[in-house]
Design a protein around this ligand. Structure first.
Ligand code: C5P
Length: 207
């Protein structure tokens, strides 16, 4: 039987860091589902027209492209993520990932609501927008990409808006999600809180 942890939330809230810390701590498999949409978004920027086909053919290799974390691809990912056929094509990839893992941690926008509504643990990770913008700016700087803070904040605001208001699988807080506000938490403290939540659940369920 597999144990699934769903980590959802807006961009740059700390989902990925927390999801990776959980995976590492419990020796679970980790999938950053944003990379799936980013890979389709990159194909779109490269002029591919049949994005459903691109989504169906994604493999681990396509999730390692160095351009995937750039601001242009973030925006493109959010645009292609509105397309029902693209989302449908990516459902299997994500569910199969969960099925073949003894323990799986997935982070994204619709993991708790669409991909794995029966997840053993559901976390909704968030932080205030200014803090998220500062974190994203720092992350981009560390990758050698320099962007003005106002622009980063504006991009985040627009992406939040698209992700929360789209018709297909919008970002929502599942009724049974545990909320984790990382605004004032250090990375270590946020990771510890998340690990403790998973630990409590694991203690009530043997895998
Ligand atoms: O998580 P990340 O910021 O890398 O995701 C990039 C974009 O992919 C998001 O803004 C969102 O539009 C889309 N996405 C999604 N569903 C997911 C993961 C990401 O719609 N599960």
């Amino acid at each position: 039987m597999s144990f699934a942890v769903a980590v959802d939330g807006p961009a740059a809230a700390g989902k990925g860091t927390i999801a990776q810390a959980i995976a590492e701590h419990f020796d679970f498999q980790y999938l950053d589902t944003g990379l799936l949409y980013r890979a389709v978004g990159l194909a779109h920027l490269h002029g591919f027209k049949n994005l459903q086909k691109v989504a169906q053919k994604l493999d681990q290799q396509s999730l390692m492209h160095p351009m995937l974390r750039t601001p242009a691809v973030s925006k493109a990912a959010s645009e292609v993520a509105k397309i029902a056929e693209v989302r449908a094509a990516l459902v299997n990839f994500q569910r199969e990932f969960i099925k073949r893992s003894k323990g799986a941690v997935l982070d994204g926008r619709d993991i708790s609501t669409v991909i794995c509504p029966n997840a053993d643990v559901k976390l909704y990770v968030f932080a205030n927008q200014k803090i998220r913008a500062k974190r994203r700016q720092m992350e981009l700087k560390n990758r050698g990409i320099s962007v003005d803070l106002k622009k980063v904040q504006n991009d985040l605001r627009m992406r939040d808006d698209v992700d929360m208001k789209r018709v297909e699988a919008p970002l929502q807080i599942a009724s049974d999600s545990i909320r984790l506000d990382t605004s004032t938490l250090s990375v270590k403290a946020a990771n510890q809180q998340a690990i403790e939540i998973v630990n409590q659940k694991l203690n009530t369920k043997s895998i």
